[in-house]
Ligand binder design. Structure first.
Ligand code: SF4
Length: 307
């Protein structure tokens, strides 16, 4: 995997650097949260041994496996019930973390996962019966060069044709309300990034992304709701110019080897004990002791995502 050069190592200079040259949504999301967090996770490749939301990540991964295998099995000629069986087997192969007692995500267990698969299967059956959406690609990776020679990458859950237009489709799991979820899809970096990337790999302008959200909670019913998020050519052009600008800022971080602490989200951050240590030496000790060396690679869809 191609990495960025760091010829001017000053901060934590004893550590190797693994910053991926191809930038995906999770990398940029991490940078948005905090430059220092980006440095720990994406440059030094250090991942928490256990995140506060491990079971949420595991549940999302299992649900994605289900959707992927269900569709793939059906496209390979298996009947609906056999496709369902293959999907459930794939979902159950993902181990779910057991959250600490009293955690608000204690309800995310195998029974809840099976309930989610059942709801999704019925949704999927109805869509197949209607026949208005055609899935043309599943789990399709993309790497696209930007005007400054940098690359963005990602992996499309699905690319589909619907009403004579092409869309990306992204499966989400959420414990929030649909109203709250909707607020997060515009503006949304992933939506534009995937619209650009999926247009490139499918050879046709993708109009936008359909976020198909599975809502779960410890009290309410599990249900699915789709949210359409389209982007115009002018929005894509502005996004591209902003990405080039952010790359300039990142280049400056690299050149000076300064990774500013953005403290707005510290209370929820998995790296807070590193940042609280009183010296660079102590911070390095904590990163070595309490974090795994797990360099980021966007093509490895099974890696843990620390949001
Ligand atoms: S604890 Fe705060 S400053 Fe440190 S990495 Fe996390 S968000 Fe950034």
């Amino acid at each position: 995997m191609k990495l960025f050069d760091h010829p001017n190592k000053k901060f934590m200079s004893r550590f190797e650097r693994y910053e991926p040259f191809i930038q995906d949504y999770t990398q940029m999301n991490t940078l948005d949260a905090c430059d220092r967090k980006y440095f720990y996770r994406m440059v030094l490749g250090r991942a928490p041994k256990r995140t506060n939301f491990q079971v949420v990540l595991d549940f999302g991964k299992a649900y994605h496996k289900f959707r992927e295998v269900l569709e793939r099995s059906s496209q390979s000629g298996l009947n609906e019930m056999s496709s369902l069986g293959a999907g459930i087997e794939a979902a159950l192969s993902v181990e779910l973390d057991v959250p600490p007692r009293g955690s608000k995500f204690e309800y995310l267990d195998k029974a809840k996962l099976l309930a989610a698969c059942k709801v999704a299967f019925i949704w999927w059956q109805q869509e197949k019966k209607q026949g208005t959406k055609k899935v043309i690609a599943i789990e399709q990776p993309f790497n696209v060069m930007l005007p400054d020679g940098s690359f963005i990458g990602g992996r499309a859950d699905q690319i589909i044709d619907w009403n004579g237009k092409r869309y990306g489709r992204d499966f989400k799991c959420s414990s929030k309300t649909p109203e709250y979820f909707q607020k997060g899809i515009d503006p949304n970096d992933q939506c534009v990034r995937y619209t650009v990337g999926e247009s490139e790999i499918s050879g046709e302008r993708v109009v936008g992304i359909i976020f198909e959200a599975l809502f779960h909670s410890n009290t309410g019913k599990t249900r699915i709701e789709p949210f359409l998020s389209e982007r115009t050519d002018s929005q894509l052009a502005i996004w591209l110019a902003e990405k080039v600008h952010i790359n300039e800022q990142l280049k400056l971080n690299r050149e000076k080897d300064i990774w500013p602490m953005r403290t707005h989200n510290c209370a929820w951050c998995d790296y807070i004990k590193v940042c609280r240590a009183s010296s660079e030496r102590a911070q390095m000790g904590i990163l070595e002791m309490d974090y795994n060396l797990k360099p980021w690679n966007h093509e490895n869809v099974d890696q843990e995502v620390v949001e």
